[in-house]
Design a protein around this ligand. Structure first.
Ligand code: DGI
Ligand code: FE
Ligand code: FE
Length: 198
């Protein structure tokens, strides 16, 4: 599925500057998010747009991301200062805002696609899981996560958050406070569901 929009036209030359693998990933996230959009109650065009641009800053190095985040006026927290790669979402979101080609919802989905956040709406949650589950992703457990997400989007969001936390824990990478807060927000919902009599 290809979707034409002002944002897609703006993104095209920027996607060209990415490595072929990253460009393919952006397209795959856009397509998966657009396919899942209807059952999330999200406009497919918004899902496609956010997926397309979410990693436009992913190949910038740490010092450049820090400078660009500051130029764009984003607050940089302690975790982001220690791991500037976390700023690639906020920086891409800032570019979309500057260019005026998105919307506040698309900007938020792009901004929080790496860490998730308790404030994430359906579009943001959808992009977060599409990033983790697009067909090019190949890590242990990804197929099980895809099955969960295909069956139930909300359960998929919880499962991807849980998997992100174990991935980071296994590597000794500190979990961003926003990821921890997003998890705390949905963990109760998941428990209630698991304990419900069937
Ligand atoms: O950009 P992608 O590779 O498609 O995926 P992503 O936006 O989830 O970024 C993954 C990178 O971000 C990876 O290097 C691990 C890092 N990361 C994700 N969550 C956290 C994190 N790093 C820290 N320090 N804390 C996190 O919570
Ligand atoms: Fe990313
Ligand atoms: Fe990505």
């Amino acid at each position: 599925m290809e979707e034409r929009s002002a944002l897609a036209d703006w993104a095209a030359p920027r996607l060209e500057r990415l490595s072929p693998g990253r460009r393919a990933h952006c397209l795959a996230v856009a397509r998966l998010a657009a396919r899942w959009a209807p059952r999330w109650g999200v406009a497919s065009g918004d899902a496609y747009a956010a997926g397309l641009v979410h990693d436009l800053a992913r190949e910038w190095d740490g010092p450049a991301l820090l400078r660009e985040a500051e130029r764009l006026g984003w607050p940089v927290d302690e975790a982001e200062r220690a791991s500037p790669i976390l700023l690639h979402g906020p920086v891409a979101a800032g570019w979309v805002r500057e260019a005026g080609v998105g919307s506040p919802a698309i900007e938020a989905a792009v901004r929080y696609h790496t860490t998730a956040a308790p404030s994430l709406d359906a579009l943001g949650r959808l992009v977060f899981i599409a990033d983790a589950l697009e067909p090019g992703r190949a890590y242990a457990g990804v197929d099980a996560l895809r099955r969960v997400a295909e069956a139930d989007g909300a359960a998929g969001y919880r499962a991807v958050l849980a998997s992100t936390r174990s991935y980071l824990a296994a590597r000794g990478i500190p979990v961003h406070p926003r990821t921890a807060a997003a998890w705390a927000q949905v963990a109760g919902e998941g428990r209630a569901e698991e304990e419900a009599p069937s």
